[in-house]
Ligand binder design. Structure first.
Ligand code: BGC
Length: 766
């Protein structure tokens, strides 16, 4: 008996620790690392390639055989039990192929609202629940790491990918991203927080050199990432394409090791953006642990550097170890039996409800919520063809998109849809003509078609429509996506859109009927010149696949809007400080990345972030410039009174309280913004900066709630470049409780002690 026990224990020891090959599932990462050959190590830090782009020897095709349509996979090493794990986009939902060859099943994913809408909810709990639903789809469709969230700062209104991003403010962006990561990762899958960092334009994004002061980097462009790392512990981070002060971010030791790991304590893995950077060996040396999707050239670069000693095996091992740690915690290595049947029905309800909370009511002269309205006339091509989200890697292969027309019909409104066939044909024809004009361009598939020009009904038709209907709704739409920045023309209403608005408004107003404009857009547009013409303007953003239902829920008053703007809507495009240094094209037509050579090299090769920390409301406040809608703005069907403001400082945390009362006649939620205004000190400071925010529960008329808003005292620090330190100036600070950045309802003050925290002198301008 003793013998048998001894033999079995010995056998166990051999499998776990002994002469057999260690397997990643059971053996320690260190043991697996020790058992790897140099070649295997180099392969492991490079992905499995992408057909047509990675070179002849790359193991392309691996991704396709596991989860078709996913963005990439890690390198498998069978003898050590290291499987390929699957990396798939985000951020508005999982992006995989909806159908598979020889398979009758479908693999649609839920298209949730775009990032900007989620930030407009100012509701971290809600964002977390959306993240949780997304993560369930990632898990149940067999992916391991979700390439989201995306949280670059909205530096300029025309950045083509702003729709994926959250805000012009780093605290709102960081808190939203942290909530999202917590939600996704509850499913035991990872996230990849992207694009780290300074990826604020699409034009020449793979070569652009962003010239940014250390202060602006730390206070604006890195802050959101820092919050996310510290509050949500993402499994991975994706470095960006661009350079920072002369060095590719994916090759920057300062960024990926000194700041991210040594200063912030990040413990996960860093991967490149797809094909980012130009030197695989430098990426490994910088702490960019995995290169995606991977190329033969990178393999050679790393091998060469190991041979000539410019990269050591010890440096390589650091990255290999992180890849092993990532694979070891993945559902795949644990053999998770995914169902391929996520709860799509449940998630349709999640997206419909979450979209409601991020829509922003910009204008309302009492027409909304619609009362005693039965017959509705809809105008604008987009009313028939709602835009669920943006294009490129942030697109989601959804089963359907509910248009405004269908949303209204679903809710029982009578909508004249006699034009539907003609409008849909008009849109399809435009799209086909656009595709044909692109010829054989291999990137054509990525080009978002411009919105079709608007139909203008004849005066007779308009008069008849105004007579037959109780209200008119016009939708204006805007597409945008990865690879492109928007043009200045895209910022303005087109002549046809303006004509449609004028004519519909004239016809309906003549008969005492009201007009509502719905904006189905992914980024900021001009509003100042026309916003007083309609009776209400609802900013619906791109609200995911249930968009038309969500808009209808707001219009009909199922819920009051409670979204607020996560960015400023300027009067003119050129009012934004960054307009002086952004690649603005008057009317770009369609240009793909580097093809926008016609605008010259300024802001293409190199972009000078000359405005420093004065991004968004920090700039408009400093200049005391009029805006069309300020940061944090949004109306409700009810109104709120703020009272009993107080602020306490215990030396480490600032705790602010305020009571919010619903003093109107409609149930609703209110988000309160806490801004700090610092005493005069050594550094030039913004007039005020967002430090915390909170949203009430749904308050019935007459109901009140006390909100508590906390943040660390260190959050009051500014970055002093001379001292290379975060400095909190001593003195009396004002804390402003705002319904928006320009609607401060009450104030409290607190004494704050001075402090200084030295950090590394890195990321300097050349
Ligand atoms: C995008 C990333 C995306 C990756 C994989 C890149 O072009 O910039 O956001 O995750 O492709 O699809």
């Amino acid at each position: 008996m003793k013998h048998i026990l001894f033999i079995s224990l010995a056998a166990l020891a051999i499998t776990a620790y002994g002469c057999g090959e260690p397997k990643l599932k059971t053996a320690s990462v260190d043991r697996v690392l020790k058992a790897m050959t140099l070649e295997e190590k180099v392969h492991l830090v490079i992905g499995t390639g992408m057909a047509g782009f990675s070179g002849d020897n790359a193991a392309v095709g691996a991704t396709k055989s596991i989860v078709p349509g996913a963005a990439g996979t890690t390198y498998p090493i069978e003898r050590l039990g290291i499987p390929s794990i699957v990396l798939a986009d985000g951020p508005a939902g999982l992006r995989i192929d909806p159908t598979r060859e020889g398979d009758e099943n479908t693999y649609y994913c839920t298209h949730f609202p775009i990032g900007t809408l989620l930030a407009s909810t100012w509701n971290q709990e809600l964002v977390e629940s959306v993240g949780q639903a997304m993560g369930e789809e990632v898990h149940e469709y067999g992916a391991d790491v979700y390439l989201a969230p995306a949280l670059n700062i909205h530096r300029h209104p025309l950045n083509g990918r702003n729709f994926e991003y959250y805000s012009e403010d780093p605290v709102l962006a960081g808190k939203t991203a942290a909530a999202y990561v917590r939600g996704v990762q509850k499913n035991d899958v990872g996230t990849s927080v992207k694009h780290f960092a300074y990826n604020n334009q699409e034009t020449n994004r793979t070569g652009n050199n962003a010239i940014i002061s250390p202060r602006a980097q730390r206070e604006i462009y890195l802050k959101g990432f820092e919050i996310t790392v510290k509050e949500a512990d993402p499994w991975t981070i994706m470095s960006s394409y661009n350079k920072i002060n002369g060095t590719y971010t994916s090759q920057s030791y300062d960024l990926l090791t000194t700041v991210l790991r040594d200063e912030w304590g990040f413990k996960g893995l860093v991967m490149t953006d797809w094909f980012g950077g130009d030197d695989g060996a430098q990426q490994i040396a910088a702490g960019n642990d995995m290169l995606q999707p991977g190329t033969d050239k990178q393999y050679e670069q790393i091998m060469e550097a190991l041979k000539d000693g410019s990269l050591t095996e010890a440096q390589l091992d650091v990255c290999v170890k992180r890849v092993l740690e990532l694979v070891k915690r993945s559902p795949n290595v644990k053999g998770y039996a995914y169902s391929n049947k996520p709860d799509l029905e449940g998630h349709a309800a999640v997206t419909r409800k979450s979209a409601l909370e991020g829509m922003v009511l910009l204008e309302n002269n009492g027409v909304l919520p619609l009362k005693e309205v039965k017959n509705v006339a809809v105008f604008g091509c987009t009313s028939y063809d709602f835009i669920a989200g943006g294009t490129g890697s942030g697109n989601v292969n959804r089963a359907y998109t509910v248009s405004l027309l269908d949303g209204l019909k679903n809710a029982g409104f009578n909508v004249d849809d006699s034009q539907k066939g003609a409008v849909l044909k008009h849109i399809a024809d435009k799209e086909a003509a656009f595709r044909a004009s692109l010829g054989n361009d291999s990137f054509a598939v990525f080009f978002p078609a411009p919105r079709p020009s608007e139909f203008i009904p004849s005066p007779v038709q308009l008069a008849a429509s105004a007579k037959a209907n109780d209200v008119a709704i016009i939708t204006f739409g805007r597409n945008s996506g990865e690879f492109f920045d928007r043009s200045a023309a895209d910022f303005e209403l087109s002549a046809k859109e303006r004509e449609l608005l004028d004519k519909v408004a004239a016809a309906f107003h003549t008969q005492g009927k009201k007009v509502v404009v719905v904006l189905n857009i992914g980024g900021v547009i001009e509003t100042a010149s026309w916003k007083s013409i309609p009776d209400a303007v609802l900013l619906a953003w791109q609200a995911g696949q249930e968009g038309g239902n969500s808009v209808t829920d707001i219009l009909s008053g199922i819920e009051s809007p409670s979204g607020k703007l996560p960015m400023t809507f300027p009067v003119n495009l050129m009012d934004a400080a960054s307009s002086a240094n952004f690649p603005i094209d008057a009317d770009a037509g369609v240009y793909f990345l580097d093809r926008r050579k016609d605008i010259g090299q300024k802001d293409v090769d190199q972009t000078d972030y000359a405005e420093g920390i004065y991004v968004g409301y920090r700039w408009f406040d400093k200049q005391d410039l009029a805006v069309s809608y300020p940061f944090g703005y949004g109306l409700s069907y009810t109104s709120f009174e703020y009272s009993h403001p107080s602020v306490q400082n215990d030396g480490s945390t600032v705790t602010a309280k305020v009571t919010v009362k619903n003093i109107g006649s409609f149930e609703g939620k209110e988000s309160v913004q806490l801004y700090a205004s610092a005493p005069a000190g050594k550094l030039d400071k913004p007039v005020k900066e967002l430090k915390a925010y909170a949203k009430t529960a749904s308050l019935k008329p007459g109901e009140s709630q006390e909100l508590t808003l906390c943040f660390p005292v260190s959050g009051l620090a500014s970055f002093d470049e001379e001292a290379s330190a975060w400095v909190v100036d001593e003195g009396t600070y004002s804390f402003l409780f705002g319904a928006s950045s320009r609607d401060i309802r009450c104030t409290a003050t607190a004494e704050i002690a001075g402090s200084e925290m030295q950090v590394n002198r890195v990321l300097l301008k050349e």
